[in-house]
Design a protein around this ligand. Structure first.
Ligand code: FE2
Length: 342
């Protein structure tokens, strides 16, 4: 009999039996999430066997006997695909690490590093980037520092976001979620560009038209909160039901952080002119830069990871329910620019 405990992490089992998740996915449709080896890689370090059993409506003992049966019969493969992904993520991680060392420790030319970094990010799968990023954080490296030093983040991630998105038909609930993202992106960028324009004005009186423009943008962004609410109440719980817990939790947390930042901007606008104009404009620029950057990466994670996993594991019935619940919660108004492009 195997000696795993309830608290044993999935990753430890995979280390002993690399093909275990693929085996379970074949064994029972309950484990169809395990077909997605990338998501397994993302979740395996944290997920315990007990949690897996619970999520799949079985006792820990039953799960153990399924694993044991696989071991005894010799039918657990060697997890080729999983191993390939791990090697791939490690490779990306090592490449990024080498770049960081070159830039921060050896004082290499930023330009050269930047080109290489761009190449890595544009070629690699975003899930792999996310995995490499979290591995690097564990080792005390921050990919954020590298992005800042190279000043590449925004455009690069945005291009990738637009190029790699899935074609979804208009009647699918994901279509609306993606359109929502486009609208929000547009408004965050509008906010940033208004904040930049304000820099060339001489004070609150001189910038009245711009602060009004900003208020209008903030109102639209506030209306878009409805997107987060819709996701948090329809898509996330269903994903959690299938055992996909960590990614929605991360998204949820990012929603809260962005909401908080937006709230601060709203408050400052409502209190004009409670602080010196320059200070106000500087704050706005910083806040909108943060929002645009966070939002691009957030959206990328949702579209590349969350939605793909959802398409893999959710049933027709689930999607029907998501649509029904979404209709109940309602939608914010999409701008013409967004509706126009397909
Ligand atoms: Fe989101």
């Amino acid at each position: 009999m195997l000696s795993y405990k309830k608290s044993t992490k999935l990753l430890e089992v995979i280390k002993d039996y690399p093909g275990i998740t693929e085996y379970l996915a074949k064994k029972s449709p309950k484990f169809k999430l395990f077909k997605n080896t990338m998501i397994v890689q993302l979740m395996a370090p944290k997920m315990t066997l007990n949690k897996i059993a619970k999520k799949h409506n079985m006792t820990f003992e039953k799960l153990m006997s399924m694993i044991d049966e696989g071991v005894q019969s010799g039918k657990i493969g060697n997890g080729e695909e999983f191993k390939k992904n791990v090697a791939y993520a490690n490779n990306v991680k090592e490449q990024v690490k080498t770049l960081m060392k070159a830039l921060f420790d050896e004082g290499k030319d930023v330009k050269e590093v930047k080109e290489k970094f761009k190449e890595i990010v544009s070629k690699a799968n975003p899930i792999i980037i996310a995995i490499a990023e979290s591995e690097l954080t564990k080792e005390g490296y921050s990919i954020q520092d590298l992005m800042k030093a190279c000043d590449v983040h925004l455009e690069l991630f945005k291009d990738q976001l637009m190029n790699s998105r899935k074609k979804i038909s208009e009647d699918h609930p994901l279509w609306r979620f993606i359109k929502d993202h486009d609208a929000m992106m547009l408004w965050f960028e509008q906010g940033l560009s208004t904040a930049r324009d304000m820099k060339s004005r001489n004070g609150y009186d001189d910038a009245k038209d711009l602060t009004e423009k900003l208020s209008a943008t903030m109102k639209k962004l506030k209306s878009s909160e409805n997107h987060d609410i819709r996701q948090e109440n329809t898509l996330f719980p269903v994903l959690e039901k299938y055992g996909v817990e960590e990614p929605p939790a991360i998204m949820w947390d990012e929603h809260s952080k962005m909401k908080e930042k937006r709230g601060k901007i709203e408050k400052m606008i409502s209190e004009i002119p409670s602080m010196p104009y320059d200070e106000f404009v500087n704050y706005l620029q910083g806040a909108f830069t943060y929002l645009v950057e966070t939002f691009v990466k957030h959206t990328q994670k949702e579209q590349e990871i969350l939605y793909n996993v959802a398409l893999d594991v959710l049933s027709k019935e689930d999607w029907k329910n998501i649509k029904k619940e979404s209709d109940k919660l309602g939608y914010f108004e999409l701008p013409m620019e967004v509706l126009k492009n397909g």
